[in-house]
Design a protein around this ligand. Structure first.
Ligand code: ADP
Length: 499
């Protein structure tokens, strides 16, 4: 079974591992550099000792006889070794040109140290090399030619080795403590940072539609977790308003459907309250039919709204020629316009404007707008349908000279079940405009309205034009991409008073 560690423990472990790796690298670098430096120092010391001694030997060789020189050498070497720092464990040896030992003192006594061939052959005056001298440890030995033979001076590295060992011990002692500290601080840091995550988890745990008012505390530090809290609060806000909207929608839908049902019930009661003749029953049945039709159209409108919210079906989307669609709609509504004595005009020429979408949904969008214009218009009014190209968008306008919409109603116009004052009796459910707006948005477009009481209303539908390359390219699903374009002209998109 995999080991389950808390985030705090994982952070502590990671901190410790990272710290261990850092300390290991640090220790290796420090040791390497320190060893290099100490070697350089020991080597320099061996060389200095050798050159100083050589100077003295050469001076002495020039002034005295050979015997005097030899005697002086023995005494001088012994004195030099005796006076040197004990820690250096200085050793000096003088050899003849044939390799015969002439004098020696200090460490080198009794030990044989090879004379480097380049010095023995006289190619270089002085050479320094390092090596182990038996149990005495590592030494640097400087070898050079000297009057009457060769000189060898050995300097121990023990002093520096001990320093390095001390450094190593200090590091080995301090490192576990540092690892412990970094692990503990990693753990505490994680615990502190995750305290707000715990709070988010707690709130999310007992969040339900009943207590959506809860918010995650924001500390104001502006750090990542604070930003997360702000984002989650904003998300909660959106969910809250969505749920409230849903509650309102359910209540309104129930209310709207109850009214015709209530009327149907009253009609049935009235009809059945006394015996009637066949003609009276028929008349009652026709009235009932009309009520059932109205109820059916309300239920259908709700259904269509729900369908549109689920998005367009990609299988039914394709290029749609708006000019053709508007012509068909105008022809369809012509008889109704004539019956209501309203002039319905297509403002020619209609430009070529192809959009990607679902033709039947777009037909419904325009038929809702035309239906309203004719429904609320009065005899003698005009309804004009225009189509224009604006950059990469098409603008279709349905403008009427009808009664117009009250300024206070405009902000609520697109809200479900909203109807203008005095328009409730004209048999609508207040779902036509919300559906029209949903259709426009599902096509990455927008629906906007301008209206003035007594002068008329103008509904504008903005839809992105289909470019040649996208017409041939793979299909996208516009319904799920309700981006900025859909929100550009929301001038009066909103909701109308609910009744
Ligand atoms: P319905 O027509 O079923 O009432 P809609 O959503 O289509 O619902 O319209 C909502 C309200 O907007 C209408 O009740 C009406 O008051 C107003 N309205 C819509 N179109 C027009 C128009 N062309 N002229 C005047 N008022 C309109």
């Amino acid at each position: 079974m995999p080991l389950r560690l808390s985030v705090g423990a994982r952070w502590a472990l990671r901190y410790t591992l990272a710290m261990a790796a850092t300390l290991a690298v640090f220790a290796i670098v420090v040791q390497t550099v320190a060893k290099q430096r100490s070697d350089e120092a020991a080597k320099l010391l061996a060389r200095t000792q050798a050159t100083e001694l050589l100077d003295a030997l050469e001076t002495q060789a020039r002034v005295g006889t050979a015997e005097e020189y030899e005697r002086w050498c023995a005494a001088h070497i012994a004195r030099r070794v005796a006076q040197a720092d004990r820690e250096l464990e200085l050793g000096v040896r003088l050899l003849g040109f044939d390799g015969r030992l002439r004098h020696e003192a200090g460490t080198l006594r009794g030990l044989s140290v090879v004379l480097p061939p380049e010095v023995a052959r006289g190619r270089v005056p002085l050479a320094v090399f390092s090596g182990k001298l038996g149990a005495r440890g590592r030494f640097f030995v400087a070898s050079s030619t000297a009057p009457g033979g060769f000189l060898q001076v050995a300097v121990s590295t023990r002093h520096w080795s001990e320093g390095l060992a001390k450094l190593r011990n200090v590091m080995l002692g301090a490192f576990p403590l540092m690892l412990l500290l970094s692990g503990a601080s990693g753990f505490l840091l994680a615990r502190r940072s995750l305290a707000s995550v715990d709070e988010i988890t707690r709130i999310a745990d007992h969040l339900s539609s009943a207590n959506l008012h809860e918010t995650i505390p924001v500390t104001g530090s502006g750090d990542e977790l604070d930003r997360l809290a702000v984002t989650l609060n904003a998300m909660l806000g959106r969910i809250r308003s969505g749920v409230e909207q849903m509650h309102r929608f359910n209540a309104n839908a129930a209310h709207e459907l109850r009214t015709p049902l209530h009327r149907i019930g009253s009609m049935l009661d009235a009809t059945l309250s006394q015996p009637r003749d066949a003609a009276a029953y028929r008349e009652a049945l026709l009235d009932l039919r009309a009520e059932v039709n109205a109820l059916g159209s309300g239920v259908n409108a709700l259904l269509r709204l729900a369908q549109m919210e689920a998005g367009l079906d990609p299988a039914h989307t394709g290029p749609v020629e708006l000019a053709k669609l508007l012509r068909t709609q105008a022809e369809f509504f012509a008889p109704l316009a004539e019956a209501r004595e309203i002039a319905l005009l297509l403002v020619e020429p209609l430009p070529d404007a192809t959009v990607r979408g679902d033709a039947s949904w777009l037909e419904r969008l325009f038929s809702n707008l035309l239906d309203n214009a004719l429904k609320y218009g009065r005899a003698g009014d005009r309804v004009e349908v225009t189509l224009r190209i604006e950059g990469d968008r098409a603008r279709a306008t349905i403008a009427d000279t009808g009664p117009g919409i009250a300024a206070e109603d405009l902000p609520h116009l697109f809200e479900r079940f909203a109807r203008g004052v005095g328009h409730g009796e004209r048999g609508g459910f207040g779902l036509g405009l919300p559906l029209a707006r949903e259709i426009a948005r599902a096509h990455d477009g927008a629906l906007a309205v301008e209206s003035e009481v007594g002068r008329g209303s103008r509904f504008s539908v903005l839809l992105p034009l289909l470019r040649a390359e996208t017409a041939l390219g793979p299909r996208t699903e516009p319904a799920r991409r309700r981006g900025a374009s859909a929100r550009t002209r929301r001038g009066h998109e909103g909701a109308l008073r609910r009744r």
